[in-house]
Design a protein around this ligand. Structure first.
Ligand code: BGC
Length: 780
């Protein structure tokens, strides 16, 4: 747990005790759009917060010129509704900041050290601008590639998401700047974003949608969490005591501040009682509601006092952070770092030999507007005004030098096709249609922008040397895939995308990104497809725990590219898998180790993935689940031992009936893989049970579920022995005699054996059996 910095406890107590209800409401309600209220009488200074996840978005008029920062909705909507293509319009209104690769690009790095570096650089830029709290990272799971904000988020897998987020948070907070891990929880689509009810089973919540938050919170202790706009199982997330108090604070020990998403609270008193400390941005109506509730006593004073204490702690941390000297850096330095981050995150998904560009590929035809005006980021509150932008075409020409001739054609007309037929390499730059999707609006298709699929197909019809570069927020369909030679997916790679793409295409950087989501062959294969986007305001997450690759594996659907897939210009060999112990229980930890060797001719980094394949018993499991990963840089010929530690608790599943994490007794396998569909090494692992393989007994439990349960049989037999004055062998025979009945065990006994068992005795038996099961499980 990180060190807690507080106003000296007694001082904070004194301040809260002295505050009027009006002052408490001020402290808990934000001041204007991007600040908290300063209350000079108590030495409370305001703090400044701003977006975003991959670049600091500092609105000069909203933070500097008007003290309150714009109270009107129009000013706020101008932020969230901003389209990336309008960046030029906002020039001068926003402080330029490095536009780093977006979340869905960085997710493919699988590199915690790189994410920590990203956080550190974001933290430095916050400090330079006087920002105390960065409103990110956002980590909602990418349940559907259509989701408008998926460009901000890391993955379809909770472990990868949680680990990468933790590293970013550690980096930002190492600079004395706070983070706001968002959006808690289940805001996985932009359709009806402030009203939609995400209907999700508890098991899927705990194992999938909340898991990334749990991992990040426990590892990196973000100073704040941002609640989400949507409803969750019927309750507004910003007002949900189960989510904000039971799970977040009681189950996970979160000690920071819960901040609302902007205007995400509908009933302020209810949200405060649920655990929503800070209401952002300032809203006179919600403030008046809270004041009335405090004055009338309908919201207890202790509730407000506790939230005020949390706010004071946060403000103290922020002020402390701001005391350190402002870090020095130049935009150029951060641009260079953004370039290496982008290069480390791009994914080469196909390569039949066209890449990297070789000296003999002299005549290169570059097609597509994106080569000149690349799409570097998505749209919404995270949209950043970049400090500079690389052009892929310029960067390529510069990297290749005068020995290569580059011809640029914005589109594939007849003349372009003639040039393509003769070129040594045809590089096509493409992107999805960026005009409508982003924050507030999901994509409607997985196709590339209008005409681009046709453009690629027509070039591939005249050349077998077509390499396609795709900028996209999330997965896209590639109907032409078999006809092209190579495909590099850059996602939205930030302001240095042009330089990074040149680095990867020319082989200066060996690609090492691997997909952090599955690319489906078609939209209809997406696991949530049947229920998306919901109806009548309800979106049922019908696929449950089987999200992303888990569902493709279970339904045996061949994806376009599987989760974890990514090619390199070198080759890697895996060998010698060892476990420190071949059994693991809930409280144990083991180390998995194996060797990776670079057997090719170039230096390169390999992302190795560790999957658990555990058959479900009483509770169904997905065929495999990511349980660890590592990225290793190797020189040609070099080999290294890789170690991944796993805890038994990381392998557990949530049993909704018992309300806790459990391990069932099964013979499982650990697989070391180059992708979710490319296993390289396998070993057996025995999971030691923390539960019995039977459900607790109820009045109507069928004999088939009772007879295998020794504890239940013993108790019922003992009862029958006493009740009917028979031997235990006869009692067991009576029980066996019920085995083919599909009625409850007690009904079956009564009808078959013409017995009448008083209700109270049945209830007593059930209670005794279930208590004995609890005792037996505690001993496991
Ligand atoms: C977004 C948040 C963002 C906030 C402030 C909201 O609309 O959902 O992610 O931090 O606006 O811009």
């Amino acid at each position: 747990m990180s060190e807690t910095i507080t106003f000296a406890d007694q001082q904070a107590d004194r301040i809260v005790a002295a505050m009027s209800n009006e002052e408490k409401v001020d402290l808990l309600s934000g001041f204007g759009m991007w600040k908290t209220a300063g209350i000079p009488a108590y030495g409370i200074k305001p703090i400044v917060m701003t977006d975003g996840t991959y670049g600091v978005r500092y609105s000069i008029p909203q933070i500097d010129s008007d003290e309150r920062g714009g109270m009107d909705l129009d000013a706020f909507l101008s932020v969230v509704n901003q389209r990336a293509s309008d960046v030029a319009i906002a020039w001068g209104e926003m402080k330029p900041a490095t536009c780093f690769p977006n979340g869905s690009a960085m997710g493919n790095s699988w590199d915690e050290a790189l994410m920590r570096r990203l956080g550190t650089l974001l933290g430095k830029e916050c400090r330079a601008m006087g920002v105390h709290l960065l409103l990110g990272p956002g980590i909602n799971l990418r349940r559907t590639p259509l989701a408008g904000r998926s460009y901000e988020y890391y993955s379809e897998d909770p472990l990868l998401t949680g680990k990468l987020a933790a590293a970013v948070i550690e980096g930002v907070q190492s600079q004395g700047v706070g983070t706001s891990l968002k959006h808690f929880a289940c805001n996985n689509s932009e359709v009806e974003r402030t009203t939609m009810d995400s209907v999700v089973e508890e098991r899927a919540l705990r194992e999938i949608y909340l898991k990334g938050f749990e991992i990040a919170i426990k590892q990196s202790r973000p100073w704040t969490i941002m609640s989400s706009y949507n409803r969750l199982n019927g309750v507004q997330a910003s007002q949900d005591p189960w989510l904000l108090d039971q799970v977040l604070r009681k189950d996970w020990d979160f000690e920071g501040v819960v901040v609302s998403d902007w205007h995400g609270i509908k009933d302020r008193p209810v949200s405060l009682v649920a655990g929503g400390d800070l209401d952002m941005p300032e809203s006179p109506r919600r403030k008046a509601d809270l004041l009335a509730a405090l004055n009338s006593g309908s919201v207890p004073a202790e509730v407000a006092d506790l939230s005020c204490r949390r706010l004071l702690d946060l403000i103290e941390r922020c002020n402390k952070g701001a005391e350190a000297p402002v870090p020095l850096y130049t935009p150029k330095e951060h641009h260079a770092e953004a370039r290496s981050m982008a290069a480390a995150s791009m994914v080469l998904v196909r390569n039949e030999g066209s890449l990297p560009i070789l000296p003999e590929m002299r005549e290169i035809l570059v097609v597509g507007r994106d080569a000149g005006t690349p799409v570097i980021q998505g749209s919404g509150c995270a949209t950043t005004i970049p400090t500079m932008v690389d052009q892929p075409l310029d960067e390529l020409q510069q990297a290749l030098g005068p020995d290569h001739s580059l011809t640029f054609r914005p589109e594939a007309d007849a003349e372009t096709l003639m040039l393509a037929a003769k070129a040594d390499l045809v590089l096509v730059f493409t992107s999805t249609e960026g005009a409508y999707d982003g924050e507030g609006s999901d994509r409607t298709t997985l196709a590339l922008g209008p005409g681009q699929d046709e453009m690629i197909a027509s070039l591939a019809a005249v050349s077998d040397k077509v390499a396609v570069v795709i900028a996209c927020p999330d997965a896209v369909e590639m109907p032409w895939i078999d006809a092209v030679n190579a495909v590099l997916v850059t996602f939205y790679s930030g302001q240095a995308m042009g330089g990074a793409v040149a680095d990867v295409l020319t082989g200066k950087v060996n690609p090492s990104g691997k997909l952090s989501v599955t690319f489906p062959k078609r939209l209809a294969d997406v696991p949530g497809f049947l229920h998306y986007p919901g109806e009548n305001g309800r979106h049922v997450y019908g696929e449950g725990i089987h999200v992303g690759y888990r569902a493709y594996d279970l339904r045996e659907i061949e994806p376009l590219f599987p989760f974890g897939h990514g090619l390199s210009y070198t080759r890697f060999a895996y060998s010698d898998l060892k476990l420190s112990n071949s059994e693991i229980g809930l409280d144990d930890e083991i180390t998995v180790s194996f060797t990776i060797a670079n057997t090719g001719e170039r230096a390169g980094a390999e992302v190795a993935q560790l999957y658990l394949q555990a058959p479900g018993k009483r509770l169904k499991r997905s065929p495999q689940e990511l349980k660890g990963f590592s990225k290793t840089l190797l020189q040609p010929g070099e080999r290294r031992r890789v170690e991944i530690a796993i805890k038994g608790s990381d392998l557990a599943i949530w049993d909704p009936a018992l309300g806790r994490w459990v391990l069932e007794s099964v013979n499982a396998r650990l697989v070391i893989a180059a992708s979710s569909r490319d296993p390289r090494l396998v070993t057996d692992l025995t999971l030691k049970p923390s539960v019995l393989p039977f459900r607790r007994l109820a009045y109507d439990t069928q004999p088939a579920y009772v007879l295998p349960n020794e504890i239940a049989c013993e108790h019922i037999c003992a009862y029958l022995v006493a009740r009917c004055n028979i031997s235990s062998e006869d009692a067991m025979r009576m029980l066996d005699h019920c085995s083919n009945s599909f009625f409850g065990i007690f009904t079956s006994l009564e009808r078959r054996l013409r017995l009448s068992i008083p209700e109270a005795e049945v209830a007593g038996l059930i209670a005794d059996i279930n208590a004995a099961m609890d005792t037996a499980e505690a001993r496991l």
